[in-house]
Design a protein around this ligand. Sequence first.
Ligand code: SAM
Ligand code: SF4
Length: 504
Amino acid sequence: MSATKRSIRVPPHLACRDILTSYMSADSKTFYLETFGCQMNAHDSEKVVGTLVHEGYRQVETVEEAGLVLYNTCSIRDKAEQKVFNRLNDYKKYHKQGKKFGVLGCVAQQEGEKIFERAPYVALVCGSASYQNLPQMLKQLDAAPSAARAPFDEASSRSPALSPAGGGISRTTGASGVSPLVRITGLDDRETDKCFETEFTARTNPHRGYVTIIEGCDKFCAYCVVPYTRGKERSRTSESVLAEARQMADLGYTEIQLLGQNVNSYKDSAGNSAHRKTFAELLAAVAEVPGIRRVRFTTSHPRDFGRDIIDAIDAVPTLCDHVHLPVQSGSDRVLNAMQRLYTRAQYLERIAWMKSAKRDISITTDTIVGFPGETDNDFADTLSLLDEVGYDAVFAFKYSPRPNTPALNLEDAIPDEEKARRLDVLMTKQREIQSASYKKYVGTTCEVLVEGRNQARQQWLGRTTQNKTLNFTAPDSAPPELGSYANVHITTSFANSLVGELVV
Ligand code: SAM
Ligand code: SF4
């Protein structure tokens, strides 16, 4: 059906202004937001929350209390995507009570208007590249009648009047003539050069904050949806990143995490080329902002990982002793099929730079098991890489076929049971590696950022510069303050964490 707008049918005894007012229930300006997926999504949600609050909305803790229910979605693996549709299904009964539903993020961008077919009670579908249009979309949503007065007729809404590509608003009336559904879309194409910059970020942690420096991805790994869901690679200017870092320092933040799908592919978009910074220069500049004590960055792509990043870590103590460098596979054959743009030897060269650094840099990675055609020998190459690098942590995933990606057309799919077996073998091996390597910290003293308290265990939760979890006890007479930095003497190690005592 075309995108032609149809008018909403208003009961004749009510004037338009009256009906809009009455449709707005008392809690229509409350929202509930659930976030799925990576740190980029978590940070996008902080910006979405800030934008909504600035538009006069109030965040609530449960779907039941909310007038507007939003899901910020992830489509990196099939499971994450399914979760969102399960959630929508679980809560569709609330549509009849007048709640409005919105799908944001990667599933929104990937599925677009098809979401209206799968979940016809959804009113807003918005990909991450369109978040800067949220204020206008919220106004449209606000002005739309809710289903409390306009009963939703699922059967009649299966062939919706879809919005124009690129975004818009459409209204469709059910066959019964009583169910006006408003459908608002924000779906930018891959070529967008917009970044979601806002002064209204509602950060959830008062000490540690995210700063996006680059959005999108141009790498097109054969298995990955990100280039399709998050658009082309586009960097912020170093001036705006530094201004945000200074503002955060003024507000009392001491730790900053620079974010991007490939943070080290950063290309300063500053107008004046003389002022443009490389990624390593930007890292150093953020780390030198007065008041900032720790700077992290994630995720780095091996192809664009230069030695200058390690030189910066060597030179600037506030840059944390940690690099997350996803390898995906230890086999050159699989790396080639994945279109990863580097070989095992080139990857190991970068690891050698880290190991020759002045500080003990912890190294973590992502791997995928069961990529189509991955043989026992290929998998053995990944296992041998774990030994060779001695990672401090590994995030391993079973390959999940994703829409639009070239890997969908590859033959020799690995059965799910075999993927699960390989995942188990890999994680068992990595646990052994970590159990042995974490022991070397016992007897040493580390500085932690105090992040929380586990009342049940009577322990404080801290994080080291290497991004390791260090739980510790402190005398009742000298409890550490949340957000402070404390020295902890390490007494015990596990495969994924360390335990110690506060040095007083
Ligand atoms: N840009 C980063 C890089 O190049 O390594 C990765 C970002 S991606 C959002 C996070 C991780 O999800 C990847 O490192 C990869 O291990 C995993 N991943 C991506 N697509 C996947 C798929 N189709 N199946 C399983 N895991 C996947
Ligand atoms: Fe996905 Fe590859 Fe881009 Fe990382 S570099 S986001 S894995 S396409």
